[in-house]
Design a protein around this ligand. Structure first.
Ligand code: MTE
Length: 357
């Protein structure tokens, strides 16, 4: 893994590790943390469901297993900072890790539907948002506080949002939120709160630092250290994106026929329908082969063969289209923002070719 930091623990897999299979092995799944991994105990873990509900709940893991229908769903998680390195290359982004394409991974998550648990708590008519609070305390927050966030009530009631205790058929590892985490398909990874211990139905979005201040799209001229709760736009649903995984940016490969592989991921309620690849910096394009997705909320892997002529160091460029006919934006410069979030511009990979003798 490529380590961005040990404490908090922030790692992403080398790009090629994502290219082989639609499900990412747990060992290769990226991890993004804002504080220390808390020590937890499965046997005494309780989830409180509170706020604008007629019936408050305190549920153990076995209450969740026995009281609600268990379901398994393949979901891709993507951090809002995925591909920040492409923005850092344009202008410095102090204090933020330069994630490449690997802050995106896919797993099969097993748990219960958040909607079923909320249904048991009987939300009142004023329910508009569902907030999550976790067990880890982040010293990076201002002031230091438990990690948290929220999603709109309508999203929380969707059948795809899970309270998960297993990942790829194994108990959820501590670093990925075990014993219990939220999985919010289609939304930035920040909303998939790990070590969740409180779910609050409320009229307003969460005032937690990671919802109200961080993970917001600030205008380019803003100083993020002075930004307050109402500045910029809160990030929720993820945008159409793709990545070139293999050969990766900076790789040296023999000239001749080369297979190029990557992933593409559509936003909320959308599907990727086409990925194009250029081996000449965008002067000409060919369509890649798209693998079927493992589920409605997963990436699609793609591949295509290109001819890399000897003596030329090509620039590979990819671009994805969704089923509304929308195309990714071309330039990262146009998307640049002070925290380096949501870079979904066309990915580019500079390749060095070796002439075969
Ligand atoms: N939940 C808690 N409690 N603490 C965190 O630091 N990080 C969030 C989210 N949930 C975080 C959290 C972010 S920004 C992302 S991208 C995902 O968890 C990463 O999940 P992973 O570490 O399982 O890949």
């Amino acid at each position: 893994m490529v380590v961005h930091g040990w404490e908090p623990f922030n790692v992403e897999p080398p790009p090629a590790a994502l290219a082989d299979a639609p499900l990412t092995p747990v060992e290769a799944f990226y991890s993004r943390n804002h504080g220390p991994v808390p020590s937890t105990d499965r046997d005494t873990w309780r989830l409180a469901v509170t706020g604008l509900v007629d019936r408050r709940l305190a549920l153990s893991l076995s209450d969740l297993r026995r009281g609600f229908t268990t379901c398994t769903l393949a979901v891709t998680l993507q951090c809002a900072g995925n591909r920040r390195a492409g923005m850092t290359a344009i202008r410095e982004i102090p204090g933020e890790d330069p994630w490449r394409d690997g802050a995106t991974s896919t797993a099969e998550w097993t748990g219960v539907r958040l909607a079923d648990v909320l249904g048991a708590a009987r939300p009142t008519e004023r329910a508009a948002h569902v907030a999550f609070e976790a067990a880890d305390v982040s010293q990076l927050a201002e002031p230091p506080q438990p990690y948290g966030g929220s999603i709109p009530f309508a999203k929380a009631m969707g059948p795809e949002v899970l309270l998960a205790w297993a990942m790829n058929g194994r108990p959820l590892p501590a670093v990925h939120g075990g014993p219990l985490r939220v999985v919010v398909p289609g939304f930035i990874g920040a909303r998939s709160v790990k070590w969740v211990r409180r779910v609050t139905v409320q009229a307003e979005p969460s005032d937690n630092y990671f919802q109200a201040v961080a993970y917001r799209l600030l205008p380019p001229g803003t100083d993020p250290d002075r930004a307050g709760p109402s500045d910029g736009l809160p990030l929720g649903p993820i945008a159409l994106n793709c990545a070139i995984l293999c050969p990766a940016d900076g790789a040296t490969v023999p000239s001749g026929r080369t297979m190029v592989r990557g992933y593409a991921l559509a936003g909320e309620h959308r599907r990727v329908i086409r990925v194009d690849l250029s081996a000449d910096g965008g002067a000409s394009w060919q369509q890649a082969n798209l693998a079927p997705p493992a589920g409605a909320y997963t990436w699609q892997l793609w591949h295509t063969d290109v001819m890399l002529p000897p003596g030329v160091d090509p620039e590979l460029v990819a671009r994805a289209w969704d089923d509304t006919g929308a195309l990714q934006p071309e330039s990262a410069a146009a998307l640049w923002n002070p925290k380096g979030y949501a870079n979904n511009s066309w990915p580019r990979a500079a390749i060095h070719t070796l002439s075969e003798t």
